[in-house]
Design a binder for this molecule. Structure first.
Ligand SMILES: *Cc1c(COP(=O)(O)O)cnc(C)c1O
Length: 398
C-alpha cells in the first residue's frame, strides 16, 4: 500500500484525536526515521522525549527480545525476577528510597495525586475529603478526567465534565501567587520544571527553589512531573536539579524505556510511598518483567553513553546556532539542554507551515501552541547532524 492508501485507512477506521503530519514512518534507527518510500528524516520530536536514547537502540532492543523469550507478564499477584533489580537500580540512580511502577505517564501522575492525598490525610492531618492540590497555568500532565480537571487548556476539557474537585491553578513562575493559594488543607504542588507542551516555558530563575522552600515551610509535598523533562533531556538527570532542589515526589515516564515499551514510575521516599498497603492501588501491567527489563537497559544506556552531558553540550551548541539566525519570523529561542523552543511572531501565520517545510527538507518536528516549534532530537544526535539540521532550519526560517 502507498502513503495515500494508508492515510485513508486511518481516516476511515481510526478516531481523529490527532492531527499528524502526513509522513508514514516505517522504520527508524538512532536519530533517523524512514518513511515507506524510503525517504530519511531527522526526528526532532523524539516522540515527545520518549526516545532520548535514539530509535531502536540495539542494547534496549536486545533486552526486549531476551526478556520476551523468558516471561513477559506475571501480574503483581506473583513476583518476577526482574522487578526488584529495576527498583533498586532506579532508586540508586535517582536518590529516592522507593518507586511505584506504572505504564503511561498519566497513570503515574494519577498515582502521585493519590499518594499525595493519602499523605495529606494520614500524615499531615487534613480533614477527610478536604485535600487541595495546586497546579500551574499552562500545565500538561496527561489526559485522564482527573488530570484535565486542572488543565487550563479549554480544548482538553470541553465536554468532559463533571470534573474532579480539589485542585487550584495558579500562574506558572509566580511564587507569590503560589504562596497565596496555599491553605492548611494543601497537600501538594504539582508542576513541570519546564512546561514542554505549554511551549517550552522556563520559569524565572529561583522559582523552583522558592517552590521547594515554600513547600517545606507549609508542609506541602513538592511534586515534579519530569515525564518529558527528566532522564537527561535538559542536560541533568532531572530538570528541577538545575536549581539544586530535590522534589519530594518525581514522576517519570517516556524515556524510562527509551521509547520501546510504556513504562512510567513515581519516585519518592518511604514516608510517602510507604503509605500504600496491599490492594490500595495497582496496575495489571505495572512492573511487568518485559517493561522493567527494557527500562533497566534504557537507564544503563543513558548513564553509560553520558547522554546527560551530551544533552547539555549539544543543547548549548544548538541554542547558540539558533540564536544567531537572522529570521524575520523568530521572536525568541529558548531552552535547556536538548529541549528547545523557537517562538514565532504571531504574524508569521503559525508554526505548522514551517514544520511542513522542514518535513520537505527531511526534518520532523511538531508545532506546539500554534506558534512555537519545539526541537527535541534524540540525545544521541551528533554535532554534524545538528549542523546539517541548521542548514535546513536556516533555509526555512531566514
Ligand atoms: C507526555 C506527558 C504526560 C503524559 O504521558 P502519557 O504517557 O501520554 O500518559 C504527562 N506529563 C508530561 C509533562 C508529559 O510530557
Amino acid at each position: 500500500m502507498n502513503s495515500k492508501e494508508l492515510i485513508a485507512l486511518e481516516d476511515r477506521y481510526g478516531a481523529h484525536n490527532y492531527h499528524p503530519l502526513d509522513v508514514i514512518i516505517d522504520r527508524a534507527e538512532g536519530v533517523w526515521v524512514y518513511d515507506i518510500e524510503g525517504k530519511r528524516y531527522l526526528d526532532c520530536l523524539s516522540a515527545y522525549s520518549a526516545v532520548n536514547q535514539g530509535h531502536c537502540h540495539p542494547r534496549i532492543i536486545r533486552a526486549l527480545k531476551e526478556q520476551a523469550d523468558m516471561v513477559t507478564l506475571t501480574s503483581r499477584a506473583f513476583r518476577n525476577s526482574r522487578l526488584g533489580l529495576f527498583e533498586k537500580e532506579l532508586c540508586e540512580l535517582t536518590g529516592y528510597e522507593m518507586v511505584l511502577p506504572m505504564n503511561s505517564g498519566a497513570e503515574a501522575v494519577e498515582t502521585a495525586l493519590k499518594v499525595a492525598r493519602r499523605w495529606g490525610y494520614q500524615t499531615k492531618g487534613v480533614p477527610a475529603g478536604q485535600a487541595e492540590i495546586i497546579a500551574c497555568n499552562g500545565n500538561f500532565h496527561g489526559r485522564t478526567i482527573t488530570i484535565v480537571s486542572f488543565s487550563s487548556d479549554e480544548q482538553y476539557r470541553k465536554d468532559y465534565g463533571p470534573f474532579t474537585p480539589g485542585f487550584k491553578v495558579v500562574e506558572f513562575g509566580d511564587i507569590e501567587a503560589l504562596g497565596a493559594a496555599v491553605t492548611p488543607n494543601t497537600v501538594a504542588v504539582i508542576l513541570e520544571p519546564i512546561q514542554g507542551e505549554g511551549g517550552v516555558v522556563i520559569p524565572p530563575d529561583g522559582y523552583l527553589k522558592g517552590v521547594a522552600s515554600l513547600c517545606r515551610e507549609q508542609e506541602v509535598l513538592f511534586m515534579v512531573d519530569e515525564i518529558q523533562t527528566g532522564l537527561g533531556r535538559t542536560g541533568r538527570l532531572f530538570a528541577h536539579q538545575h536549581e539544586d532542589v530535590r522534589a519530594d515526589v518525581a514522576i517519570i515516564g517516556k524515556a524510562l524505556s527509551g521509547g520501546v515499551y510504556p513504562v512510567s514510575a513515581v519516585l519518592s521516599d518511604r514516608e510517602v510511598l510507604g503509605l500504600f498497603r496491599p490492594g490500595d492501588h495497582g496496575s495489571t501491567f505495572g512492573g511487568n518483567p518485559l517493561g522493567v527489563a527494557v527500562a533497566r537497559e534504557a537507564l544503563r544506556v543513558l548513564v553509560e553513553e553520558d547522554l546527560f552531558e551530551r544533552a547539555a553540550t549539544l543543547g548549548a551548541y544548538l541554542m547558540g546556532r539558533l540564536q544567531r539566525l537572522e529570521s524575520p519570523h523568530i521572536k525568541e529561542v529558548r531552552g535547556r539542554g536538548l529541549l528547545v523552543g523557537i517562538e514565532l511572531f504571531s504574524e508569521s501565520g503559525g508554526a505548522r507551515r514551517f514544520c511542513e517545510e522542514l518535513q520537505e527538507r527531511g526534518i520532523l518536528c511538531k508545532e506546539t501552541h500554534t506558534h512555537i516549534i519545539r526541537l527535541s532530537p534524540p540525545l544521541v544526535i551528533t554535532k554534524e547532524e545538528i549542523d546539517w539540521a541548521m542548514v535546513q532550519i536556516a533555509s526555512v526560517l531566514e
